[in-house]
Structure formats: C-alpha cells, structure tokens
Unconditional design. Structure first.
Length: 270
C-alpha cells in the first residue's frame, strides 16, 4: 500500500474556485455541492459532506509535476516524512527532472532515495519511469499526460514497480486525469459503510478495480473533485476512521453510517 502524503500548508497545484450551490439534502453537512451539481449519488453526498466540513485539502504536495511523480513512486510503503527527506536530497542534488534521473547512475540515485525505504526497488522504478518517458513520450511530461487516460494508465501499469495506486496517483495529481485513487483509507471507509460488494473486499488488483469503478461511476469525471475526494478520505481516515477505535461521533460521515449494517458498534466504540 502507498502511504499518502500529509498535505502541506503551501502547494503549487492551484485549484479553481469552487462554486457553491444548494443541494436537495436536508442534513446541514450535505447542504453544499462544491462543484455546483446536485449530490445525486451516495458517494457524491459523502463528498459534499466531507468538503462542507473539512474544506479544500490542497493536494498533492510538490513543486512540479515531475516532483509529484517522484513522490508518488517514493511513497509506497513508507511515511510521507521519509518521502520528504528523499525528495529534499534529490532537489539538493538537482535530480528532480526526468533528464537528470535518466543520466544519474543508479548507485548515486539510490543514495539520495534511501530515506524513503525500499530504496533499491524505488531507484529502479524511477529509472524505469524516466526511460519510459524518453522512449515513448520524448522525455516530455506534457506529451505523456496528453495521452488518453485509459491508454496512459495501461502504459504506467506495464512499468515494473508501478501498481494501480501509484499509477492513479500519477494520473490524477501530476496529470490531472479524472481517476480515483483507491487506498487503505477508502477501502476501510467504504467497507465500514457497507458499500462494497463481496468482489470488492480484500486488497487484490481485482478489488482495486471494483472500488475504482464504483467511485468513478458515482461522481462527475472531474479531476479536481476526485483530487479533493481522495484527499478528504485520507484526512478522514487519519483523524476519524482509524484502524481500531474509529471516532464516529465526531466524523463528518457519521450521518451516513448504515443503521442496519451492524456498524453502530463503531459509534458505540468511539
Ligand atoms: S463514521 Fe465511523 S466508520 Fe464512518 S468514516 Fe467516520 S469513523 Fe469511519
């Protein structure tokens, strides 16, 4: 599982101003639809409730699109703090460009990447990504991200070391493609709210695709909304929907807990 970053105070991904519109929901936390469309699906209502309570999350931290790609690769199986240390090393060594990653030796790159853990594998993945970028897209991120979403997703997934969560984080946050990033927090919240079918449980590649389709089918294909939704879910997962002892009472999603699903034990436990 990739660990998602803790959002910083300053970011370089400006979000367009969000229109506020009244929605048909009666619960106060469901009164607004930040993209100006009625919340007419369950997950859109979740999104509206989270956004109304927590506001914009300003993801993903990174000074450039390539830095976001690097962060998405390095964050696999480690904390964001460790990623920040590795990225700072790369910045200091002027290695935060595709050309620099391609040119540097694996040995030197590994030294800088080391704080992020699994550094040998991550060094390989960075080199593989840079080689792919030059071989298929002339070294241009603009060309890379101009590729249609499903084609680019397949290309990324074919690269060794890039799984669906990393591919989707790259597509969404660096490329502004409208895909949903499925992580452990999303799985946990959807499971606890009894929104996942049997096919979508567990953490196989198949279940990943089920959850991704479920979420994408219920939300507008808007990269900004999907960006916010993933960030809001991570915020909720870290603060409220913890692995044990979830804090349902103070959670913006508490009003959506299904009464008949047995999940009231979570409210009682919080
Ligand atoms: S209401 Fe409880 S189960 Fe639902 S997301 Fe919040 S903490 Fe998790």
């Amino acid at each position: 599982m990739a660990n998602s970053p803790t959002p910083p105070r300053t970011v370089n991904l400006p979000l367009r101003p969000l229109a506020i519109a009244a929605s048909p929901w009666s619960h106060p936390s469901r009164r607004y639809d930040p993209i100006g469309e009625p919340a007419n699906t369950v997950l859109h209502a979740y999104y509206s409730a989270l956004f109304a309570t927590l506001g914009p999350q300003h993801w993903w931290p990174g000074r450039s699109r390539f830095e976001i790609v690097v962060g998405a690769i390095l964050t696999q199986n480690t904390s964001w703090k460790n990623v920040e240390r590795a990225v700072a090393n790369l910045r200091a060594a002027k290695l935060l460009t595709p050309a620099a990653i391609r040119a540097v030796s694996s040995r030197a790159l590994a030294k800088h990447v080391r704080p992020s853990g699994y550094f040998r594998q991550k060094t390989k993945t960075l080199k593989i990504f840079a080689a792919f970028l030059f071989a298929r897209h002339s070294g241009s991120l603009r060309r890379l991200f101009a590729t249609p979403t499903c084609i680019l997703r397949d290309q990324l997934l074919a690269l060794r070391g890039i799984g669906p969560e990393t591919a989707d984080a790259i597509l969404l946050y660096a490329g502004k493609h409208p895909v949903f990033v499925v992580d452990a927090y999303a799985r946990r919240i959807l499971e606890r709210h009894a929104l996942l079918s049997a096919q979508a449980t567990g953490d196989s590649r198949r279940s990943y695709e089920h959850i991704r389709s479920l979420v994408e089918s219920q939300l507008p294909r808007d990269h900004q909304l999907l960006n916010e939704f993933h960030a809001l879910i991570v915020h909720t997962g870290k603060l409220h929907c913890r692995k044990s002892n979830p804090l349902c009472v103070s959670c913006p999603l508490q009003c959506f807990l299904p009464l008949a699903s047995g999940r009231q034990d979570l409210v009682a436990a919080s």
